[in-house]
Design a protein around this ligand. Structure first.
Ligand code: RIB
Ligand code: CA
Length: 311
């Protein structure tokens, strides 16, 4: 089987962790490397959480440290959804086998792209700071990447403000660099991710398997569930698993080609991904595939099947 070479940039967080567990088990994926960025939690937490999740599932990937804050401004961590440690306050050890690489994320990403010219799929599930730094430092990177698949943005609602989704809101300038890079983009925004909900029955079923991964999936989602249940949600959206499953099972999703650019100077609109999907006035370039819908039941069945493969 021809595997997709993939680089995973994340702000591990609970849904990043579940996305990583899926990446690890999907046979269509050759996970080349991982980079951590400040987002849901501070960089030390997102970096070591990524190591912790790899230790939990018995995975060994090169993991690199990236940006400890957005291009402009300061971090805004998301403890309500991700707990104080970024893993839903579940305590996991850093594996003894963890290797600490000195190269920064952007250098490692560029080196990986040179090894897989035109083929590397970049999946980014946190603020896009690392990607923006890499694209700026290495002008050839845009031509080396096959596709950038992001969890971020929205053609409709926001989740930090009425206008903006968290990953874009935290670093809108970085997101604008990515959307203007010329690399084909798949945007899995809130339009689709809010439909990809894992319910308490789903995580109870996973926990009942007796696996560590199943138990972790249930436990790490509890802070988010407490917050979302009070808001009337039926479960916890698997935001970050969406670009992962889109890469391997695009048939589960519906997409529209669109022009997408980021508001970087607004006050109430700061971080909004402005699309021309519902506008007579069109942007000059259709720079992104905007994912709008998903077959939720099949998505969740595939995601649960991934987690059931883990120890
Ligand atoms: O808005 C949801 C996104 O913000 C997800 O990637 C979640 O992990 C947080 O980073
Ligand atoms: Ca994330």
């Amino acid at each position: 089987m021809n595997k997709y070479p993939v680089w995973f940039d994340c702000d591990t967080g609970v849904d990043d962790a579940i996305a990583l567990m899926a990446l690890h088990t999907l046979e269509e994926i050759d996970l080349i490397g991982i980079s951590a960025v400040c987002g849901n939690a501070l960089l030390d937490d997102t970096f070591f959480n990524t190591h912790r999740v790899c230790g939990l599932i018995g995975a060994s990937y090169p993991i690199y440290r990236g940006a400890d804050k957005p291009l402009y401004g300061e971090p805004h961590v998301s403890t309500a959804f991700h707990g104080h440690n970024g893993l839903g306050d579940v305590e996991l050890p850093i594996p003894d086998s963890a290797v600490m690489h000195d190269a920064p994320a952007w250098d490692a990403l560029h080196a990986a792209a040179l090894q897989h010219p035109g083929e590397l799929r970049l999946i980014a599930t946190g603020p896009l700071t690392n990607i923006a730094v890499a694209l700026t430092k290495y002008p050839d990177l845009a031509s080396l990447l096959h596709t950038i698949l992001i969890m971020g943005g929205s053609a409709s609602v926001g989740n930090v403000t009425p206008a903006a989704e968290f990953n874009i809101y935290i670093d809108p300038h970085a997101a604008q660099i990515v959307f203007k890079s010329g690399v084909p983009i798949v945007m899995c925004g809130l339009d689709v991710t809010l439909k990809a909900v894992l319910t308490p029955d789903d995580w109870d079923e996973l926990a009942a398997t007796g696996s560590k991964a199943g138990a972790f999936t249930k436990a790490c989602l509890q802070p988010a569930w407490r917050m979302l249940q009070a808001m009337g949600f039926a479960g916890v959206p698997m935001h970050d698993a969406c670009p992962v499953l889109y890469l391997v099972h695009p048939e589960l999703f519906s997409v529209e080609e669109a022009g997408v650019y980021v508001e970087t100077h607004g006050t109430i609109t700061q971080g909004k991904t402005v699309t021309d999907l519902y506008s007579d006035k069109q942007f000059e370039k259709k720079n992104a595939k905007v994912v709008l819908d998903v077959d939720r039941d099949r998505f969740i069945e595939i995601l649960k099947a991934c987690i059931r493969r883990l120890p």
